[in-house]
Design a protein around this ligand. Structure first.
Ligand SMILES: CC(C)(COP(=O)(O)OP(=O)(O)OC[C@H]1O[C@@H](n2cnc3c(N)ncnc32)[C@H](O)[C@@H]1OP(=O)(O)O)[C@@H](O)C(=O)NCCC(=O)NCCS
Length: 168
């Protein structure tokens, strides 16, 4: 029987599932680029407190299969972020995360989640950051209409490449 993956809004109850997704997807994605950076991501950003704060201010969509979170995406405003972006004037609607479990990649889940996030955008453009060297994600975003706008030095970490897609 075909797998039925359900998309729904994320809630605080998903925090353990989101952490487990991070443990599965972050090391293979970022380890080959910079192993220390991959560990830092898990330790600083894929932790319960950070998810709880993010769930309060960002919209989350999770993909669930047999009670497990197999993919997620979120959307928020740059000005609501805990991070500083001195290179940006004004605000941006940003997809901060789009992650599909390695066992479920290549089956259309990334495309479905991106579609859900685009539907939530209030303005006419969607922004995101890709870590320099994440060629798989970069190719996916280019294939889905995103264009590179700028590169932000991450020294000593990898650079962030900002991409934007015009909607509507
Ligand atoms: C990048 C990622 C989100 C894509 O999701 P996915 O579920 O694997 O991709 P999908 O199966 O939805 O792909 C949909 C379409 O994009 C195309 N595509 C996927 N990756 C591509 C790539 N690297 N280059 C070009 N096209 C690509 C597919 O061929 C497919 O095309 P189709 O609709 O014509 O069949 C997913 O692989 C992932 O989570 N990677 C690791 C984590 C990560 O890097 N996240 C992004 C952080 S910025």
């Amino acid at each position: 029987m075909a797998e039925v993956v359900t998309l729904r809004p994320g809630t605080l109850a998903d925090v353990p599932g989101l952490r487990a997704l991070g443990e599965a997807v972050v090391p293979p994605t970022y380890g080959p680029i910079d192993a220390a950076y991959a560990q830092r991501m898990l330790d600083e950003w894929w932790v319960p407190d950070r998810f709880a704060a993010s769930l309060e201010r960002n919209a989350h969509v999770v993909a669930e299969l047999d009670g497990r979170v197999v993919a997620m995406a979120n959307l928020g405003r740059l000005r609501s972020s805990h991070r500083d972006f001195p290179h940006v004037t004004g605000d941006r609607e940003v997809m901060w995360k789009l992650y599909v479990h390695p066992d479920h990649q290549g089956r259309g889940l990334g495309r479905r989640l991106l579609g859900e996030v685009e539907a939530l955008v209030e303005g006419d453009e969607l922004w995101l950051e890709v870590v320099d060297g994440n060629e798989q994600a970069f190719g996916f975003y280019e294939a889905h209409g995103f264009e590179v706008v700028e590169r932000v030095a991450g020294d000593p970490w990898p650079d962030d490449v900002w991409m934007r897609k015009a909607l509507r």
